[in-house]
Design a protein around this ligand. Structure first.
Ligand code: KIV
Ligand code: ZN
Length: 534
């Protein structure tokens, strides 16, 4: 029976969560940011970036990290293998179609893992069977048995997914689930692959599976909801109320098309309303903001300001009546505390006289712990920023550190930029770069100052790539605000994102372009450059 809370006392959620955990009513959080999330167009990440995300997911208590789709590419394989070799607490999962080659490749990639899971799937709906697979029900059913059996020969943690489950005939779905469990699947995942289900309908499906599949008690029931109708979180929560115990989700809700169920939303919904969902997850919610910023910085996918939980306005109170209420008692308009998701407003004010120690302490308060080299680089850039900008806001530091974190190999380094532009002159950029440690300079013109800047980079390091995205955002208000620039480059189906923040928009643009170019070099391998060679 659910009990209505008498107030939205912030402590209630935490206490109920602890009780639920003690009773073993735990929700397993399966994060697929690195697999389904990475599948969204333009979202691709390099292996070092995936490792950073995996490390953070592990430290925030994610139960299962789906690290990639090893058969998809050599890069995916290497990323899964690298993550499998370092993550100790979370289960590391690799995706495989219902094919021997896929499963063997996933097993090979997962081989170094302390705890591994093979996740194998096949389309079960009439549309998928007929048009994608050209298989009848019996043939699909045979593949379910063969794929789960093969996966189980490598690990005793096997997840089976019925792709497009929400549009599959019930009797056929139940038959496949029963067989998958008989063959050793320990988790059964029910995807709403095209985000078509309605919450009540999806909950009914979960209830039906629990009553109609005789061996269902031998597996954990999982859900994987897409957000095409904006219902991914609602469907996942209703599924839990109906008996599902694993939720598949991604940071910031990234993923195919409209994305997946957002981890931060589903986790905070569970934590905030224990009267509706008396369960607990293992997630350290104070790391949510950091994870959101990291994924956004790496992918170049900005979070919309009004996005639940992690949007810039999620805890901002603008109207007079709300501000008045907040001043009297924060609970009048706040159902969660900003600090619960790691949003801290610290009293340490940073400026040009702040030293290394204060800088490090401040970053820690903001949820960052950098290694010695990254800290030194970030500190040098902070000092340079403090020379240019009177007030340094937390957002400025976050932008600066995110850029430091997302910077990988730097074959090409920004040294200097001088741009001439205005109403009566042709834009001209004079650029100095350090390429493999050697400084080179060149000048170029263009259709505008940004075009001239990018042309100067091309003059110094000839290459031929597409630029599908160039985006500028102000970090804070004011004309002295830093600009965050995101540049996306694409070549032969490989996509990379570079991001940089600076008070000078053109400098930020040049740095963002160079960051993306360096990632492209890493992705394609240094020694096979046709279009990218200098
Ligand atoms: O959306 C989907 O069906 C998937 C499966 C591979 C689980 O991502
Ligand atoms: Zn999916």
């Amino acid at each position: 029976m659910s009990t209505k809370p008498t107030s939205n006392d912030h402590g209630t959620g935490v206490r109920a969560a602890a009780t639920a955990a003690a009773e073993g009513d735990r929700i397993i959080i399966f994060d697929t940011t690195l697999r389904d999330g990475e599948q969204s167009p333009g979202c691709s990440m390099t292996t070092p970036e995936k490792i950073q995300v995996a490390d953070l997911l592990e430290s925030m208590g994610v139960d299962v990290i789906e690290a990639g789709f090893p058969i998809a590419s050599q890069g995916d394989f290497e990323a899964v293998r690298a993550i499998a070799g370092r993550v100790k607490e979370s289960v590391v999962c690799g995706l495989a179609r219902a094919a021997i080659g896929d499963i063997d490749r996933a097993a090979e990639a997962l081989q170094p893992a302390a705890r591994s899971r093979i996740h194998t799937f096949i389309g079960t709906s009439p549309l998928h069977r007929q048009f994608q697979l050209q298989l009848d029900q019996d043939q699909v059913h045979e593949r379910v048995a063969a794929s789960v059996t093969r996966a189980r020969s490598y690990t005793d943690d096997v997840e089976w997914s019925a792709m497009d489950a929400s549009r599959t005939e019930h009797d056929f779905l139940f038959r496949c689930i029963e067989t998958a469990i008989e063959c050793g699947a320990t988790t059964i995942n029910i995807p709403d692959t095209v985000g078509y289900a309605y919450p009540e309908e999806f909950a009914d499906l979960i209830r039906l599976i629990r009553s109609a599949v005789p061996n269902i008690d031998k597996a954990v029931l999982s859900v994987h909801c897409h957000n095409d109708l904006g219902l991914a979180v609602a469907n996942s929560l209703r599924a839990v109320q109906a008996g599902a115990r694993q939720i598949e989700c991604t940071i910031n809700g990234i993923g195919e098309r409209a994305g997946n169920c957002a981890l931060e939303e589903v986790v905070m919904a569970v934590r905030t309303r224990p009267d509706q969902l008396p369960y607990a997850s293992r997630i350290d919610t104070t790391k949510i903001m950091q994870a959101s910023r990291l994924v956004s910085a790496i992918t170049g996918f900005n979070v919309q300001p009004n996005k639940a939980i992690v949007g810039a306005n999620a805890f901002a109170h603008e109207s007079g009546i709300h501000q008045d209420g907040m001043l009297k008692n924060a609970q009048t308009y706040e159902i969660m505390r900003p600090e619960d998701i790691g949003l801290v407003k610290s009293s340490l004010v940073m400026g040009k006289h702040s030293g290394r120690h204060a800088f490090k302490t401040k970053l820690k308060e903001l949820g960052y712990e950098l290694g010695d080299n990254a800290l030194e680089d970030a500190f040098a850039r902070f000092k340079a920023l403090a020379d240019k900008k009177k007030e340094i806001f937390d957002e400025d530091l976050v932008a600066l550190v995110d850029e430091e974190i997302a910077t990988g190999d730097q074959t090409i380094r920004f040294v200097r930029l001088l741009v001439q532009c205005g109403s009566d002159i042709a834009p001209k950029a004079e650029m100095t770069l350090s390429i493999d440690g050697v400084e080179k300079s060149a000048a170029a013109t263009g259709d505008g100052p940004v075009d001239a800047t990018f042309n100067a980079i091309k003059a110094l390091y000839p290459h031929d790539v597409l630029l599908p995205l160039f985006q500028i955002h102000a970090v804070t208000g004011g004309t002295d605000a830093q600009a965050i620039v995101t540049v996306r480059l694409e070549e032969d189906g490989r996509t990379v994102n570079g991001q940089s923040a600076d008070t000078d928009t053109l400098v930020a643009s040049a740095r963002a372009y160079i960051a993306a170019l360096n990632k492209l070099l890493t992705k394609r391998g240094r020694h096979a450059p046709a279009a990218l060679s200098a």
